[in-house]
Design a protein around this ligand. Structure first.
Ligand SMILES: NC(=O)c1ccc[n+]([C@@H]2O[C@H](COP(=O)([O-])OP(=O)(O)OC[C@H]3O[C@@H](n4cnc5c(N)ncnc54)[C@H](O)[C@@H]3O)[C@@H](O)[C@H]2O)c1
Length: 449
């Protein structure tokens, strides 16, 4: 773990040592088609230029945290497919960070290709669109030789995850720093708990369980959107605005939210599951605005040593709500999210010194960027995202799915053409409803695994 709040005069970044790092990798001339001059911090200035791709709730939150890190940072460009979020988020960021936000009108890029030009202006890119786009955007940022902070999940299907894994390797070769928004890795209570688990505080772990059981998050209803914009929306635009409910954009809520818990369990195991089976469906959250995702999944993941993880995620209002992770061992039990160990080595985390993990992850990431410390969370981000995809494939199909099947799946959920008038990858039926996967059905199996 880095110690971002301790000044480290020895590793204070200078333009010179940053260039040294990048030029070693890139042969001193070109980086992904861009001159070093353009991709390093500006001459005589250690300002880190930030570009935000995806100006929504989390993107603006991440930009706020990036702009709150130590040292000189500046938001210089933004990209989004819509203009409506952009101006308001920039206004709020400008209000808080004043001279750290300098986004002229010609640096507000709009459209499906907007990310490319915006990325060109960055030292650090923040990727915070719906996750379906993450592999494409990450690949481009690495191609252009940029450091990246990207939100989780980092992909929604096998082809996307493979793209991220390949780009992660490329990022390592180029000495690019990559942070992934799985902020529990930067949360002191989790870090201290995990140390103890790895040191054997509860003995051999015999069972694990985790939950993201809660209520339905936001929904953008077609009629309300059309009333707001005063025009009918194309199917593509509607899905992009109501992205949570479409697999190609969101991956289902098992990917979108439960990934946090699954990632913690992978951290406990220092590994990833080898297979999964599960049950799931859409029992209550039905209707034309709830797309094609399930409202509950219960998955049993198996790790290489034969240990099992029981996982549940549910989005049904009025049911038991619980977001947590737990492990039981031969010497005790651990409430991982509560940071409590019971049994022979009883312990409880005291929260002194704990900081907001969202800020901490940015402090750690920017410390690595400025001081050239090794930092690449992309591979774990991709494999924890794949864990969630594996779970989804298991519940959608009703079969046992192997890790390698999920990873090597040829089912690509993304559309072939990105345009508001292009065909969306899924269409509603005549009743306005989208088809839901049918476990046990061979035709569906081919569409989802
Ligand atoms: N780490 C966390 O705890 C946490 C919390 C919330 C959200 N997130 C993640 O952040 C991501 C974004 O979530 P959000 O809540 O900010 O969503 P949001 O809908 O508020 O914002 C998404 C933004 O991306 C834009 N966008 C969509 N497609 C784009 C494209 N192709 N190119 C450029 N911009 C595009 C949208 O117009 C919108 O402005 C998700 O992956 C989500 O899981 C993480």
């Amino acid at each position: 773990m880095n110690e971002p709040n301790k000044p480290n005069p020895k590793s204070e970044v200078t333009r010179r040592n940053f260039l040294k790092t990048t030029s070693t990798v890139m042969g001193g001339t070109l980086m992904g088609g861009l001159s070093i001059e353009r991709s390093a911090f500006a001459a005589g200035d250690d300002t880190v230029k930030i570009v935000l791709v995806g100006c929504g709730g989390r993107g603006s939150g991440a930009a706020d945290q990036a702009l709150s890190t130590k040292g000189s940072v500046k938001l210089v460009a933004v990209a989004d497919i819509h203009k409506d979020n952009m101006d308001e988020k920039l206004r709020l960021l400008g209000q808080k960070h004043k001279d750290r936000v300098e986004v002229a009108d010609d640096r507000k890029f709009i459209g499906f290709e907007a990310y490319k030009e915006a990325i060109g202006l960055a030292d650090v890119v923040i990727l915070a669109t719906p996750p379906g786009f993450r592999p494409i955007h990450f690949e481009e940022a690495v191609r252009q030789g940029k450091h990246v902070f990207m939100e989780k999940p980092v992909g929604v299907d096998g082809p996307g995850i493979r793209k991220v894994l390949a780009a992660a390797q490329e990022a390592k070769k180029k000495n690019l720093k990559v942070g992934v928004g799985l902020q529990r890795h930067h949360q002191l209570g989790y870090i201290e708990t995990m140390k103890r688990l790895h040191d054997g505080a509860i003995g051999d772990i015999v069972s694990m369980r985790c939950y993201w059981n809660g209520s339905t998050p936001w929904v953008k209803k077609r009629k309300e959107l059309e009333a707001k914009y005063g025009r009918p929306l194309s199917e593509m635009e509607y899905q992009l605005r109501n992205w949570y409910y479409f697999v190609w954009l969101c991956g289902d809520h098992i990917c979108e939210q439960h990934i946090h818990n699954l990632d913690v369990m992978n951290w406990v195991k220092n590994g990833y599951p080898v297979r999964a089976n599960g049950i799931g469906g859409c029992e209550v959250r039905k209707g034309e605005d709830y797309g094609e995702i399930f409202d509950h999944h219960a998955v049993e993941f198996e790790y290489a040593d034969g240990s099992r993880l029981s996982s549940q995620c549910r989005h049904i209002n009025g049911c038991w709500s619980n977001v947590s992770e737990h492990a039981v061992g031969t010497k005790g039990a651990c409430d991982i999210s509560g940071h409590i160990i019971r049994g022979q080595n009883a312990w409880r985390f005291r929260s002194e010194g704990a900081r907001d993990p969202y800020q901490q992850e940015h402090d750690d990431f920017f410390d690595a960027v400025r001081n050239d410390k090794p930092y690449n969370e992309a591979e774990n981000g991709a494999k924890s995202s794949l864990t969630a995809v594996l779970g989804r494939m298991a519940t959608y199909s009703g079969r046992v799915i192997e890790w390698d099947q999920a990873l090597n799946s040829q089912v690509d959920h993304m559309p072939k053409i990105f345009a508001f008038d292009a065909p969306a990858p899924v269409q509603p039926g005549p009743n306005g409803l989208y088809a839901l996967p049918i476990p046990g059905n061979s035709d569906w199996y081919k569409k989802i695994v």
